[in-house]
Design a protein around this ligand. Structure first.
Ligand code: FAD
Length: 329
């Protein structure tokens, strides 16, 4: 096990913001890494692809562990479906590309989302009308306190909109080691979401993936080109629209969900003309109003100030409190 000290984390994140970790271990041996942290009397913190976190500018006094477990194996296969286990450290998009090549349907709408497979479960990744929780059978974790591997079934993960036990009630308790998914061998295009609604008759899985990639690249969502964490502000779920002051433009972008409505955070921010607003090099994207992008030298403080500025203005004008999608460490 290779233990590194005072390792810069900035370039390990898609936002390119952050200081150093006291210790950094990239390993498949999560048990050994946890034992090392306990020996040093330090907390364990897990880094995936760094695409959903805002790290502080100073050193974090933890043992940062990056799980290297990669690859996948089929556990069960029928005429209709496969049950496939994939390592937590695998790149999510590499895995999705593999499922598309094999004709295993389910995750193609999540194409080009950065990060690792672990991220799928942590925040119940979703895009273009689907959520990871519909495909996750179970999550294999290493329980940090008990120092043993456990399997957590889907119904115990408490998946919600960008939430699970892994980023709420059990945050910091587990290291996700692998995820088991059930994917369909029968074509199941999911084309209900507005921007891909029936874009083509009977598209292949590869055509859906290509379409999603094309849309995302046009929306500042290519991490190779733009430094961000994707959506910074969560969309807002409300049971009624009556208690909020919403313009007609925002009202037109609201959509009905079970038990209420979803208000796109981008519509709220755009409506108050905050696209392009900056604090230092941290700016609201000109193309995608719910994104904060780092134009070069943004610090965690800049990001936080900009987030609060937008949050305060929206609260004042509409009565809605926007929440952050990435974690502030
Ligand atoms: C350009 C761009 C577009 C994006 N688009 C979307 C989108 O459409 N939909 C969406 O849902 N998300 C999107 N995201 C957010 C992000 O890509 C996902 O949330 C991703 O799943 C995060 O995975 P990660 O490996 O990068 O996690 P990290 O950012 O490294 O970590 C996020 C959290 O997960 C924890 N974690 C990571 N690995 C483990 C592990 N093995 N065990 C336990 N905890 C762990 C970390 O401690 C941290 O709390 C986007 C991000 C970017 C930059």
């Amino acid at each position: 096990m290779n233990v590194l000290e005072h390792v810069s984390l900035k370039e390990k994140t898609t936002l390119h913001v952050g200081g150093t970790a006291r210790y950094f271990i990239a390993t498949e041996d999560v048990e050994g890494a946890v034992r090392f942290a306990k020996g040093k009397d330090l907390s364990v913190w897990v880094l995936g692809g760094g695409s959903n976190i805002v790290l502080p500018d100073s050193e974090i006094n933890v043992v940062a562990i990056q799980v290297l477990e990669k690859g996948n194996k089929i556990l069960e296969e029928t005429h209709d479906s496969v049950i496939i286990e994939v390592g937590a450290g695998e790149s999510l998009d590499t895995f999705i590309q593999h499922t598309v090549q094999k004709g295993y349907w389910g995750l193609e709408n999540l194409s080009l989302i950065p990060g690792t497979v672990a991220g799928l479960a942590v925040q119940n990744v979703g895009a273009y009308g689907i959520e990871a929780s519909s495909y996750i059978e179970s999550v294999c974790v290493f329980n940090i306190k008990k120092e043993k591997f456990e399997t957590i079934k889907n119904n115990k993960c408490c998946f919600g909109y960008r939430t699970s036990i892994f980023n709420t009630s059990k945050k910091g308790s587990y290291i996700i080691y692998s995820i088991t998914l059930k994917l369909s061998k029968i074509p199941k295009p999911m084309l209900e979401y507005r921007s891909i609604k029936n874009f083509k008759e009977n598209p292949t899985q590869q055509e859906i993936r290509n379409k999603i990639i094309e849309i995302r690249r046009g929306k500042d969502l290519d991490p190779e080109k733009i430094w961000s964490v994707g959506s910074f502000f969560k969309n807002v779920e409300v049971s009624s629209l009556e208690n909020h002051t919403l313009s007609d433009t925002v009202k037109n972008s609201v959509f009905a969900i079970e038990g209420g409505y979803k208000i796109p955070s981008a519509a709220l921010i755009d409506d108050l003309s905050m696209k392009g607003l900056c604090v230092g090099d941290a700016c609201i994207s000109d193309r995608q109003a719910n994104m904060i992008i780092n134009k070069g030298n943004a610090t965690a403080i800049d990001i936080q100030k900009l987030f609060k500025k937008v949050q305060r203005k929206i609260l004042l004008e509409t009565g809605i409190e926007l929440c952050n999608e990435p974690e502030f460490l």
